[in-house]
Design a binder for this molecule. Structure first.
Ligand code: FAD
Length: 291
């Protein structure tokens, strides 16, 4: 079944996110991840789009190759950042020519030295504008981002949900959430989104913790809350110990979300598959994900 069909079938999907490596050393880890992931027959693999430079080109090439060589549906991330409408049109044509029809339409983050996103003068200011532009071609199943803990620039959680509704109205047919560690936040957000008229499937984005330094970075930088129950559960220990507990925590999150009717689970691999594969295998063994 095509993932676009499955999204509306009440069967939870499982998908993985990878990124194009920034240097040659990263390709080994990516190929190993892709091998492990593809043997689990995911509903799709999504490939992120960098803030600039050569990795942008690689997104388009990677999605096409994964689809052609591994026979797995792909979703190409694409951002408004730094592109004119004409450049976006050319990228969309390339994807169509490679038979890639999954698109994750995003705005992109402001550069590190700026707090404000500046759109290209001939481009798009918001993901909803990109969605409208791409959906007029009728060849893409378009996904968009959503934020259970509210996008950091949003004026309020309600406004953020209104703009998610706009993305739906302009042609997004599914949403993937920012990662979160507190299922209660996701479930409340989904309830509020549904009350606001959002009916597209909302896939939960999950990233298992793999080291204590990662969790420290999260506490300092991320807009995602690190709940005390996660910190207590991870406790102290070397990275192997933390990664094992991260798998336990991530599995429990996914199992509960599927029981609560989440449309799917999208696993952020960071191009390291060990934890995400263990979670997937357990979900399949428990009959929570059907393969
Ligand atoms: P938008 O939907 O445009 O929202 C941005 C902000 O503007 C929000 O605060 C929103 O409330 C507000 N807003 C939206 N529409 C309007 C409007 N019409 N008028 C006024 N305000 C509005 N980044 C990358 O660079 N590459 C990636 O591959 C990538 N993949 C991602 C995948 C997922 C699943 C997620 C959750 C995020 C991803 N990001 C990626 C990060 C994303 O680019 C940033 O979070 C960015 O800051 C917002 O993108 P958006 O698409 O949600 O933007």
């Amino acid at each position: 079944m095509l993932f676009s069909e499955k999204l509306n079938s009440n069967i939870p999907t499982i998908s993985f996110e990878i990124f194009p490596p920034k240097n040659p050393a990263g390709w080994g880890a990516l190929y190993s991840t892709l091998g492990n992931v593809s043997r689990r027959s995911p509903d799709f693999i999504s490939v992120t789009y960098g803030a600039g430079g050569s990795t942008r080109r690689q997104t388009v090439e990677l999605v096409a190759r994964i689809q052609r060589e591994l026979g797995i549906e792909t979703v190409a991330h694409l951002t408004c950042l730094g592109h004119s409408a004409e450049e976006i049109a050319a990228l969309l044509s390339e994807l169509e020519a490679s038979d890639v029809h999954g698109l994750m339409a995003l705005r992109g983050d402001p550069p590190k030295d700026s707090s404000q996103f500046k759109p290209h003068p001939e481009g798009f200011a918001h993901a909803s504008d990109l969605i409208e532009f791409a959906s007029s071609r009728n060849s893409f199943t378009i996904g968009c981002a959503c934020y259970p803990e509210t996008h950091p620039e949003a004026s309020s959680p309600e406004a953020d949900i209104e703009y998610l509704k706009l993305k739906q109205d302009r042609g997004a047919s599914f949403a993937v959430s920012q990662l979160f560690f507190d299922n209660g936040r996701f479930l409340k957000f989904r309830e509020n989104a549904q009350k606001a008229g959002i009916s597209i499937p909302i896939i939960a984005g999950i990233m298992p913790v793999i080291s204590s330094s990662q969790i420290q970075r999260f506490q300092q930088l991320s807009a995602t809350e690190t709940p005390q129950k996660l910190i207590d559960f991870l406790g102290d220990g070397d990275d192997d110990t933390i990664a094992k507990r991260g798998i336990e925590y991530g599995y429990a999150q996914c199992a509960e979300l599927i029981a609560e009717g989440a449309a799917g689970i999208h696993l952020y691999t960071l191009n390291k598959s060990a934890s995400t594969i263990k979670i997937t295998d357990r979900l399949v063994s428990a009959g929570l994900i059907l393969r």
